[in-house]
Design a protein around this ligand. Structure first.
Ligand code: SAH
Length: 342
């Protein structure tokens, strides 16, 4: 079985034919050659025999459309497993959360993907095929009215900025008008912040949304619970944000998982307020407070709701924009890496 693009190139297919086929696949979400009415039946058969469109097998899909949350477990050609999520944050709007690596090298202690260790980077195709899969899923579902995915977040397994080359290539395909044709502003990257890559990404994709997984407001705690951040401390993040917010007047999201007794004390809150206030143009920052998903690890329990509200209210009182993000799908093992890891 061959990759579609490679097969068409090797066959020496004419340009318009390649365009017709790739547009059907990527723009219109057709992932079966038999549905391509413009192809001769012989060519359809040949393609079906030799080419596979998705670079993985879908092992299972869990969750319910009525609950606005679905998760798929995907088996890659080498047997590795990854997961991808479909969420409806608002009625009629569907967003997908995609993985960029098998496992993750960052080893954040509260994140299930971290426990798997790092296995390998995903290729650009393995990344954008997750979107192709969900586009087609939506199209074939009687229960979903939308025609396709509205937005994409790189918030599944892995650290996107540590697989920058392939993530970059996948972004190019997702935004290319001959392929998926997504608007840059409909795509978000979530990262713990990798010093040299943050600036490169910002320069190359200024219109793509950026979310930084901050989670801790002192370097000491951040390094303790997110060991990889030893390479990119709060000072580095501040330096980057000062530059980025001055140049690019778009919002940057700071993610803050609320973990009971670990990062939800008054001292953590004061440090957080001081950190935000120390950044220029901080009106462009938005804090997402996320109740930690309770997993098997009793060290990481979710903060009490009243404490999460205490954080939000105090941030708001200090003129810092902050909201509480509902954590969808906790019941169905939705937290980062929890499906592929079971
Ligand atoms: N490596 C990147 C992309 C992974 S997505 C990054 O860290 O940003 C990371 C996101 O997964 C976090 O910002 C958080 O929103 C979510 N997450 C990870 N562990 C979680 C947990 N235990 N509870 C709730 N959300 C979690």
């Amino acid at each position: 079985m061959k990759n579609l693009n490679k097969f068409l190139e090797l066959k020496g297919e004419k340009k318009f034919r390649i365009k017709q086929i790739t547009e059907s696949v990527y723009k219109n979400g057709i992932i079966s050659f038999s549905d391509m009415s413009f192809l001769s039946s012989d060519f359809k058969k040949e393609l079906e025999k030799n080419v596979k469109i998705l670079d993985f097998i879908v092992l299972k899909v869990i969750g319910k459309i009525e609950d606005n949350f679905l998760k798929a477990l995907l088996k890659l050609d080498d047997g590795n497993l990854i997961e991808t999520v479909l969420i409806s944050p608002k009625p009629g709007i569907w967003s997908c959360c995609i993985s960029s690596q098998v496992g993750c090298p960052c080893n954040c202690t509260f994140c299930d993907t971290g426990k798997m260790g790092f296995i390998r980077n995903l290729t650009d195709k393995e990344i954008y095929d997750q979107v192709l899969f969900w586009n087609n899923f939506i199209k074939n579902s009687d229960l979903i009215n939308s025609k396709r995915i509205d937005s994409i977040v790189y918030m599944g397994m892995g650290e996107p900025l540590l697989n920058y080359k392939n993530v970059k290539d996948s972004l190019k395909i997702l935004t290319n008008e001959n392929y998926f044709n997504f608007g840059n502003r409909h795509i978000s990257i979530s990262t713990i912040g990798i010093k040299d890559k943050l600036a490169v990404f910002s320069k190359e994709f200024p219109q793509i949304n950026l979310a930084i997984s901050l989670h801790f407001s002192s370097n000491e705690k951040r390094v303790k619970y997110m060991p990889y951040t030893i390479n990119t401390n709060l000072k580095d993040l501040k330096k980057f944000l000062n530059k980025r917010l001055l140049k690019n007047k778009r919002k940057v999201f700071l993610e803050y998982i609320m973990i009971k007794d670990i990062n939800d004390t008054k001292e953590d809150l004061i440090n957080l307020i001081n950190f935000i206030k120390s950044i220029n143009n901080n009106y462009l920052l938005h804090i997402n407070l996320i109740p930690c998903n309770n997993n098997d690890d009793i060290n990481f329990l979710t903060s009490e709701m009243k404490n999460i509200f205490y954080f939000k209210n105090n941030l708001n009182k200090n003129n810092i924009s902050a909201t509480i993000r509902k954590s969808l799908g906790e019941e169905s093992y939705s937290a980062c890496g929890q499906l592929a890891n079971k």
